[in-house]
Design a protein around this ligand. Structure first.
Ligand SMILES: Nc1ncnc2c1ncn2[C@@H]1O[C@H](COP(=O)(O)OP(=O)(O)OP(=O)(O)O)[C@@H](O)[C@H]1O
Length: 329
């Protein structure tokens, strides 16, 4: 989920899957068997999901891009998202990201179970259903657990990820690279600058942004950057808590990158002193953290400009102008 006030939520609609007949009815068995073959979500839940019956399917609001449903069964509940038009690659990226974060055994994330195509077109993802609590959890626990994930999630392939994924609905390129500033410049900033040029003809932001990318080297002086597993889209809409109070993070755009890039959405995350103090106890603050902070915010402002229009342009432009002045570029 990308932060933007005023988006229309599509998740109040019912999934077409929820209208398929229930399998528990013997009276309609021939039709039910046909429906089961056409409904891979039911099929998985009633086989590998180890349920013998689905007792209820209810719609969950809150997302912007996909339809979300809770499937209650005699083997517990499952969370299912469907998209009617996009193939499985988007959900495969989400599942790989959730799986990588889950494997670190640090912060709580829903365990992904299955991704696949829908027979009518589109795709689905099935994952662990999490019972959320009323608050977003303890800030210092969130900071510590996030840092533990960054510390545990290491990559031998450098910066990037095994698949490309999406940030909001914008493609996010994750081609492996051994050089962080090259990766961040090319696959994050320049990618978004090109989109702004193609979509809005914005040659001013494109040219100034390119100048910044070419001259940003000194911002990384005296810092050793190791690839860490990042959630990639960490803002308040993607942070919640289990009913037991444990923080939970959702809906990632994972890749291996500089841990500081995780704070690129901090303008929309409400992280306070308790969060940062706990985070830096596990992942110590590196020299130059403050001077790089806006560079990491810039990627998300550019993405919001490309997704939602000119309201975000001036925020992106003023970061670029400030850096060009600071770097005499
Ligand atoms: N594993 C889960 N268990 C229970 N509820 C979940 C789970 N994951 C997400 N939700 C709920 O479902 C809603 C929609 O999920 P999510 O934000 O991932 O949807 P989305 O449509 O993919 O996101 P986006 O907003 O990017 O379109 C969330 O607001 C959250 O409340």
């Amino acid at each position: 989920m990308v932060a933007h006030v005023g988006l229309i939520s599509l998740t109040s609609c019912f999934s077409p899957l929820s209208r398929l007949p229930r399998l528990s009815s013997t009276k309609h068995k021939p039709f039910a068997m046909a429906a089961m073959n056409e409904d891979p979500v039911r099929q998985w839940i009633l086989s590998e999901g180890k349920a013998t019956k689905i007792t209820n399917i209810s719609s969950i609001g809150g997302g912007c891009i996909n339809l979300a449903n809770r499937y209650d069964t005699d083997a517990g509940s499952f969370f299912v998202k469907t998209n009617r038009s996009i193939g499985p690659s988007m959900f495969e990226g989400e599942a790989l990201g959730l799986g990588a974060m889950y494997e670190t055994g640090s912060i709580r994330v829903p365990k992904p179970f299955k991704v696949g195509p829908l027979p009518t077109g589109g795709s689905y993802i099935i994952m662990e259903f999490i019972e959320f609590g009323p608050s977003r959890g303890n800030q210092s626990v969130l900071g510590r657990k996030l840092a533990e994930m960054h510390k545990a999630g290491k990559s031998e392939k450098g910066f990037g990820f095994d698949v490309n994924n999406t940030i909001g609905s914008t493609p996010q390129m994750n081609t492996w690279s051994s050089d962080w500033s090259q990766f961040y410049g090319e696959h994050r900033l320049v990618y978004q600058l090109k989109l702004a040029l193609d979509q809005y003809g914005d040659s001013t932001i494109y040219e100034k942004g390119q100048r910044l990318v070419k001259s940003m080297g000194p911002l990384f002086d005296n810092v050793v950057i190791e690839p860490c597993l990042l959630h990639g889209d960490l803002w308040s809409g993607n942070i919640s808590s289990h009913k037991n109070g444990e923080p939970v993070i959702l809906d990632p755009a994972c890749y291996y990158g500089h841990n500081e890039a995780e704070f690129g959405m901090s303008w929309c995350a409400g992280f306070g002193g308790a969060f940062y103090n706990a985070y830096f106890e596990v992942m110590p603050k590196q020299p130059g953290f403050e001077k790089r902070r806006d560079l990491y915010i810039l990627y998300h402002y550019l993405n919001h400009y490309n997704l939602f229009g000119s309201g975000y342009r001036s925020s992106a432009m003023s970061i670029i102008d400030d850096y060009l002045r600071m770097l005499n570029a």
